[in-house]
Design a protein around this ligand. Structure first.
Ligand SMILES: C[S@@+](CC[C@H](N)C(=O)[O-])C[C@H]1O[C@@H](n2cnc3c(N)ncnc32)[C@H](O)[C@@H]1O
Ligand SMILES: [Zn+2]
Length: 944
């Protein structure tokens, strides 16, 4: 039987809906508020993956979309749903009224199918599968996939290795599906905990009359080695940033000549002081270096780090954010003596109390992400808290333990477990918002959770949240967990009767019978992107205290299990490098072998006519190669692939790195024919190129907003189909060909297509080093991209990427990525005599001949910038640039590929117009310079 996912599916519509969900930060699906988890999937793609895997191909797109909740009330009857959604997407910025009125339906995560719809779907499913198919997600994380499966009332199995998300899965998939609704009970007991904790903690959080403290703003502090000032560390002193960069509130440091403590004053800009007299953006930290505000001496980042590591620091409270009790609104004040004493009292209690002085004295293991903690002097998990934060979290835990007994007396065992599980989620939310890693967001202003990124980014200054505060403290988190999460998910699953199983353990060793699963829908770990277990330990050490007696199997070890985790983690191989193999390579091999083990077990539990749909998001080609090998080894054949663009361009620019992501859905079946017939590479090579080019053209027709990198990934889909179907592939000498070779072929096909489409023919005659630079801009559309991608691109043009760096300084490294250098990094200053110029810059603008055409273009740009149009004209003429095809092609190409917001672009534009433009007479579309309007310039100011 062919499934829907093996035919066409409405990828563009799902992409648009995913974008709607992603961009709405205020309203997420309820289960997403249960707990931080990493790489949570949006609902549309999860729902699609489940339904399209089980439904037969006879179901058309509109029927599928209707069942998924796309029910526009404003669609003309002769329009398909896909066309309607696409048109609405195009006109969304011009709408009046609310977004959902414009689209004619609410976001689909809000939609749960009614009884009739489910019956209709189930009837079709029973006809094609005999009985309702069982859906398995073996790496279920925060649970979007199994939740969607259950909402459509399909028998569902969720498995997850890490105990932290396993608790989330228990909470949302099982504990919400009981007879009794315990929303009010969770609230009642949570309030009880809160009340008791408040009684104990009040003395440590004194308040001024009429005020309720919400957050305490702290800065880590170290001594200036030169003058002895205790310097509070912060990259800026904004506490409430207005809409322009000249207005807002700031904590202004006041330095005294005879006092080693810095004092603070809250100032309003521009009323109290203008930015010319005090610029809050000038913090004490810049590029990880500290500058003392008293003597001006700079401490470099190594010295600073070693002071943190040696514990030679404390923290200074510099502002308190409070709610006004009577009027609405908030404000800031500076701390009083009373505030400081209360904090000190809390520190003393922690030092004196036996339990408190040892709680969480669990060493933080070294690791890819946790090393960042070590570098900043945090050696044990308790070090992530100030003493008062520790005291507060501990007190809440004690109160939880107290009421635990009372809850168990009042309710049946299962109900008690439900209430307790949800109460522990409240505690974890409090942990996410209250540690030395949780920062203050002056833009809103509001607190920021520490796991805003998937790492342990250290904040020089941080915020301490006042959990006992009524309105925004623990009570707010409690309401969120009870009403939004528990009650919200409960409502979604109200009419669901299908059985659900949750397992905690390795997906390579599932406690599931052979051939008992019909559809596997998998969103596997992100290669080396996210170190789930390292990140989860922060919660694990607390969760263990809260829940060990309820889930004894989850919490038997001291920290989370890292051996079985399927991630590529080079830090595991520290010191274990063997000859020829780097840590990175060893990590890659381990990931491949873990993924193979997982796929093999999935093969075992899957029925012979089952389907295996996987979501894949990796940008690195290595991950694709690894994945293909693992699929082949475990006996799967890829039968169709679909790229879904999440169309969130927004993030791209923020980092100067192209990170808009798309997800590829890969559908596989069990290989039925034996893998003994060899296929010749030559044929596979040709088909791969054709299929890749075809896929890219199809996507261009769809008009989805794919980045070029995503286009390339999309082309890997058909490559995998061909490669796994034709496996094993051999060259004419009989040697087996690796999937990498086919992926490179696909990459080449896409590159050629893009060159044809975007660049002039002449670019093919440019020297290969300059070509690499041009293609890098073309493909990655950003100055920063992963090293390995740049390396592969270099191989494609016959170059060595490291040589391009060392000899030609085309790029430099940043955190393992490639950063393309602008012309200013490469050309010597023409206004200086040769002996005074930087020897590091390879291009001499006085030269008459250049090695690379890029050098010549960069030199021309420099001359224009340094000496103006007339000198540039002479320079160009003297070097025959007007009749130099490589020079012209390179300049034309760079104007096309470098974003308008880049400084170099503007200079190239100046070269291409006016007198120099007349001389060069470039072949460019007349419209190319029109887009450089004001918005682009503003973009540049904020984003680069
Ligand atoms: C991409 S995430 C899944 C996210 C999920 N789809 C969601 O929406 O929240 C991958 C998950 O695989 C888990 N994992 C890693 N190694 C595993 C293994 N060997 N067995 C089972 N799960 C594993 C990680 O802990 C992580 O939660
Ligand atoms: Zn100093």
């Amino acid at each position: 039987m062919r499934r829907k996912i093996q035919e066409t599916i409405p990828i563009r519509t799902i992409g648009i809906e995913t974008e709607r969900e992603n961009l709405d930060f205020q309203h997420r699906p309820p289960h997403r508020y249960a707990h931080v988890w990493f790489a949570a999937r949006p609902t549309p793609v999860s729902r699609l993956a489940v339904l399209a895997s089980v439904l037969p191909d006879s179901v058309d797109d509109d029927t599928l979309l209707d069942w998924m909740g796309f029910k526009p009330n404003n669609k003309p009857s002769d329009n398909s749903i896909s066309d309607h959604v696409r048109q609405k997407r195009e006109t969304k910025d011009d709408r009046d009224g609310l977004e959902h009125e414009h689209y004619g339906y609410r976001k689909i995560w809000r939609y749960t199918p009614d009884f009739e719809t489910k019956s209709e779907i189930h009837k079709i499913l029973e006809d094609s599968w005999e009985e309702l198919p069982t859906v398995l997600d073996a790496t279920a994380g925060g649970g979007t996939i199994p939740l969607e499966s259950l909402r459509y009332d399909l028998p569902t199995i969720a498995n997850e290795l890490n105990p932290v998300p396993s608790v989330i899965l228990e909470a949302i998939l099982e504990k919400t599906r009981t007879e009794e609704d315990v929303t009010q009970d969770i609230i009642k007991w949570g309030k009880e905990i809160d009340q008791r904790a408040q009684n104990d903690l009040q003395e440590y959080y004194p308040e001024q009359p009429g005020e309720r403290n919400q957050s305490y703003l702290w800065a880590h502090r170290v001594k200036c080695l030169d003058c002895g000032l205790k310097v509070p560390l912060a990259s800026n002193w904004w506490i409430n940033k207005g809409s322009t960069s000249r207005e807002g509130q700031s904590a202004r440091p006041i330095v005294h000549e005879d006092e080693d403590e810095v004092e603070f004053k809250i100032v309003n800009l521009p009323e109290d002081i203008t930015k010319d007299d005090f610029n809050p953006t000038d913090g004490t930290i810049s590029y990880s270096k500290m500058t003392c505000p008293r003597c001006g001496v700079t401490t470099d980042s190594d010295t600073l780090k070693s002071m943190l590591q040696e514990g030679e620091y404390d923290y200074q409270l510099y502002a308190i954010y409070y709610d006004k009790e009577r009027e609405r609104g908030h404000d800031f004040r500076t701390p009083t003596e009373e505030d400081i004493q209360a904090y000190q009292k809390a520190s003393e209690v922690v030092g004196q109390n036996v339990d408190l002085s040892t709680v969480l004295s669990v060493d933080i293991p070294s690791g890819q992400k946790t090393n960042e903690l070590h570098r900043n002097g945090m050696k044990q998990w308790r070090d992530l808290f100030t003493p008062r934060q520790l005291l507060t979290h501990y007190t809440y835990w004690e109160k939880f333990e107290e009421v635990k007994e009372e809850i168990r007396e009042e309710y049946a065992a299962d109900t008690a477990d439900t209430v307790l599980t949800y109460l522990s989620l409240v505690a974890d939310k409090a942990l996410d918002y209250n540690s030395r890693m949780s920062s203050w967001d002056p833009g809103q202003p509001q607190i920021r959770n520490m796991y805003a990124g998937s790492d342990f980014a250290f904040s020089w200054s941080f915020q301490e949240h006042n959990l006992i505060m009524q309105g925004h403290g623990y009570d707010w988190m409690l309401t969120n967990i009870a009403e939004d999460v528990y009650s919200g998910v409960r409502e979604q699953l109200e009419d669901s009767e299908a059985p659900a199983e949750v397992h905690q353990g390795d997906a390579a060793n599932l406690p599931i019978e052979a051939q008992s699963v019909d559809a596997v829908v998998l969103d596997p770990p992100y290669y080396g992107m996210i170190m789930y277990a390292e990140l989860a330990d922060y919660f694990y050490v607390w969760m263990k205290k809260y829940l060990q007696d309820i889930y004894p199997d989850f919490f038997h070890s001291q920290l989370t299990e890292k051996e079985d985790e399927a991630v590529a983690n080079p830090s595991k191989f520290e010191g274990l490098e063997v000859k020829n193999k780097s840590k990175k390579e060893l990590a890659r091999e381990e990931y491949e072998s873990k993924m193979t083990d997982i796929f093999e077990d999935l093969y075992r539990v899957m029925s012979d006519d089952g389907i295996f749909t996987m979501m894949f998001t990796h940008k690195e080609t290595e991950a694709w190669d690894t994945l293909t090998k693992a699929l082949i080894k475990s006996g799967f054949v890829v039968t169709s692939t679909h790229p879904i663009s999440t169309e969130n361009q927004f993030r791209v620019q923020q980092s100067g790195r192209n990170s808009a992501d798309s997800t590829i859905l890969l559908a596989s079946e069990k290989r039925m024919k034996s893998a003994s017939d060899y296929t010749l590479w030559e044929g596979v090579q040709k088909r791969t190129r054709e299929a890749a080019a075809k896929r890219v053209k199809e996507l261009e027709q769809e008009e989805a907003e794919f980045t070029k990198v995503d286009m390339m990934l999309a082309s890997f889909g058909p490559t995998l189909e061909i490669f796994t179907q034709e496996y094993p592939v051999v060259d004419d000498e009989g040697n087996e060909v690796s999937p990498q070779k086919a992926l490179d072929e696909a990459r080449g096909a896409v590159r050629d297509h893009l060159i044809d489409k975007y660049l002039n023919e002449g670019v093919r005659d440019v020297d290969s080093k300059s070509e690499w630079y041009i293609l890098a801009w073309l493909m990655f559309e950003a100055k920063r991209f992963p090293y390995d991608e740049g390396r592969r691109l270099a191989i494609g043009v016959g170059e060595n990427v490291d040589g391009l760096k060392k000899e030609h300084r085309l790029w430099r490294s940043r955190s393992g990525d490639i950063l393309l250098r602008p012309h200013g990094d490469r050309v010597q200053d023409v206004n200086k005599p040769p002996e005074n110029r930087s020897g590091r810059k390879p291009v001499d603008p006085d030269s008459l001949a250049f090695n690379l055409s890029l050098d010549k273009v960069h030199a021309a740009m420099h001359v224009y910038k340094a000496q103006g149009e007339t000198e540039a004209w002479n320079w160009l003429k003297e070097r025959n640039c007007d009749s130099d095809p490589s020079f012209k092609s390179t300049l034309e190409a760079l104007i096309k590929v470098i974003p308008n917001s880049h400084d170099d672009w503007e200079i190239m534009r100046d070269l291409a117009v006016g007198e120099t433009g007349d001389l060069l007479d470039l072949e460019l579309d007349s419209g190319i310079f029109e887009e450089s309007d004001l918005t682009d310039k503003q973009d540049r100011l904020t984003n680069y």
